[in-house]
Unconditional design. Sequence first.
Length: 138
Amino acid sequence: MAVTVRPTGHPEYTQTLPCAAESAAPARILVRTALTAWGLHSVMDSGALVVTELVANAARHTRACAVRVTVTRPAGTVVRIAVVDTSRRIPEVRVTGIGDEYGRGLALIDALSQRWGYERLPWGKRVWAELRRESDPR
């Protein structure tokens, strides 16, 4: 885990992990560490679910060896959780049927986050979601 101080005065927490579903556990620890340091306990569960889905999507849809997880605080009440992978495939919310086992991750992220999106990178993409402290209005 690396911690870097950002211009906002809040540190950025980053960790490079194997691109595997099992990496969701250390990614959750990273998110919980950052949220605890910032006293943002009200978004702890949502943050853990969001990073789990982001890591799972990267593991399922890319052949990369590793992903980079970052947790930043762009504003006092907002947390951004992001996962960078080497896939150029754009994330899309899917319509799923009752019997479908997969395909609900981005819909869950959409429901839990204030907003989410992606950024194309020369080597892949960054998928991110922003959570706002629950006691504050959206």
